[in-house]
Design a protein. Structure first.
Length: 536
């Protein structure tokens, strides 16, 4: 995979406080007179989307990343950028979305249309590998032969020769190679607690760093200098070092079970909590839902959160940790978020996860779907069968089920202009396309006789959320299940839901549990084709 990088700040105010690259537009470039500036530059926009997609992969937002690469492919005029977009879509599909068939189609499109691309050679090889892994031996042989012929001196040529030998053997014996095994998922998870210039850590009485045979009494302060970890003036080496204690650790005002691992990353300290998954979930359930919510809702959250954790372990991005401790993954606030109710919810669903085709699903959830769940195809341009569009009356009347926002035309114009749209005074805003759940995908921004089509979720919504004063914290526009109306100079954006709408609605789960539904029925409502299975 190409190197994952955080998107740079390319134009003024391009990066948000969380580092997410601002996106500009997804639509055709409307014709303008010779005296007018273009409304946007398609290849610049495509590069923004590609960079943002890389960043989102690094943050484990796989479906969001897919939408970015798909938009880049749609927007780019440069053949090189189109090829790069396809390469990223294929790599994402094969590596992180359990979609080898989709990856094969994307690599085939790259090979057929962009043979001059820097990604062509790898696409040929990957087509051979993916078809072999999917037991399509004739197709695998065809692609590997072609790769071998066109790139006989490539570093992967020996691997191609070996696979061709294996294919010939299986064809002679009229057998198929084994399918790739399901990844092994153990009982521990590694959660990043972030990077810091100094880490002050305390244990119950004392704690140890076994690798360097050092015992710390009560508390220690760690720093990073020249690639090494230090405790005071004592050099503990390059690390990583694992700290163990008979009790809990205290770090940045929170309590943590398990062990802490310290390593040096970019001359800062990476702190990772290594903890049993079940103990991790004690905290996650109490961080993602109120511990006072009905028991069956908490149990549904426990299974969804365990599934999400298992998926992350099965699709590693980096070597030293599996998940973040914030909403980029799942909210994890340490042992202080545990309650008897959250521990009981985890203990009463021991090891249970949601599976599809024998593997843990990508168990997305959000606060409220506004009364209608979405599928991943409509929101993120990636079809996952276990997400389906369905009415959800249990969510509609709950908190966050309906909201209304008001913006002046000038506020919207300024937000869009800061975002990169060179729009004139806005005279109308019209939904141009909705997905099957009723969420707005495309909006037309009308300025006199001109009309600019933009994506609702990651352009219009993002612009208002980040560049208009956030008077409705934490988001001005929480979801795209919305309508836009005009009254004079004021536009009303009214909608329902808080989040993308894909997967479990937490408020809906609470209402369903209060109405007497058990956790298995709740999960079946939000992940209709997934099955509950034991992880270990």
């Amino acid at each position: 995979m190409p190197t994952i990088v955080k998107p740079p700040a390319i134009v003024r105010r391009i990066s948000s406080s969380c580092g997410l690259c601002v996106l500009l537009v997804a639509g055709a470039c409307f014709p303008l007179s010779a005296q007018q500036e273009p409304l946007y530059q398609p290849d610049v926009i495509a590069r923004f989307h590609i960079n943002n997609g890389k960043y989102l992969i690094d943050r484990e937002d796989f479906l969001e990343a897919h939408a970015e690469f798909d938009t880049a492919l749609e927007m780019a005029q440069s053949r090189a950028l189109k090829a790069e977009s396809l390469a990223w879509l294929a790599q994402l599909s094969a590596t992180f979305l359990d979609d080898p068939a989709g990856a094969i189609k994307q690599y085939e499109a790259l090979v057929a249309n962009y043979p001059e691309s820097d990604f062509y050679r790898n696409a040929l090889f990957q087509l051979g590998m993916l078809n072999y892994q999917q037991q399509k031996l004739d197709a695998a042989r065809q692609w590997l032969k072609r790769f071998q012929k066109e790139f006989p001196n490539d570093a992967q040529a020996m691997t191609a020769s070996y696979l061709l030998g294996q294919i010939d053997k299986y064809l002679r014996e009229r057998k198929l190679p084994p399918l790739p095994p399901a990844p092994t998922i153990g009982k521990l998870i590694r959660v990043s607690l972030g990077l810091t210039s100094e880490a002050r850590i305390s244990g119950a009485q004392s704690f140890k760093a076994a690798a360097v045979e050092h015992e710390f009494k009560g508390e220690a302060a760690f720093s990073a200098r020249q690639g090494h970890l230090f405790s005071g003036v004592e050099d503990l080496g390059p690390g990583p070092i694992e700290l163990t204690s008979d009790g809990e650790f205290h770090y940045k005002g929170r309590r943590y079970r398990g062990a802490l691992e310290l390593s040096v990353v970019d001359n800062q300290i990476q702190v990772v909590n290594k903890v049993p998954i079940e103990a991790y979930l004690y905290s996650v359930v109490g961080s993602e839902m109120s511990p006072s919510w009905p028991r069956e809702a908490l149990k549904a959250q426990a299974v969804a959160a365990r599934t999400y954790a298992a998926y992350a372990i099965a699709h590693p991005i980096r070597q030293n940790f599996d998940l973040f401790d914030d909403v980029h993954s799942q909210a994890y606030n340490g042992a202080g978020s545990e309650r008897d109710s959250t521990r009981r919810a985890v203990d009463e669903t021991p090891g249970e996860v949601l599976q599809y085709a024998g593997r843990p699903i990508l168990a997305y959830f959000m606060a409220n779907n506004g009364g209608r769940s979405a599928d991943a195809k409509g929101v993120f341009d990636q079809d996952l069968p276990y997400f389906q569009v369905q009415d959800d009356p249990f969510s509609r009347l709950q908190p966050l089920g309906h909201w209304e926002r008001h913006f002046t035309a000038e506020e919207i114009r300024n937000a869009l202009f800061d975002f990169g749209f060179r729009v004139g005074p806005i005279t109308d805003i019209r939904p141009a396309l909705k997905d099957s759940s009723g969420r707005v995908k495309l909006l037309d921004i009308v300025s006199g006789e001109q009309s600019l089509r933009i994506r609702c979720r990651n352009q219009f919504r993002t612009a208002l959320n980040r560049y208009v004063h956030a008077r409705n914290m934490p988001e001005n526009v929480p979801d795209t299940l919305l309508e836009v109306t005009r009254n004079g100079d004021v536009y009303t954006v009214a909608g329902g839901g808080w989040g993308h709408g894909v997967g479990m609605s937490q408020e809906g789960a609470r209402a369903r549990a209060a109405a007497g539904q058990g956790y298995t029925a709740i999960l079946a409502a939000y992940y209709p084709l997934a099955q509950i299975a034991k992880l270990y």
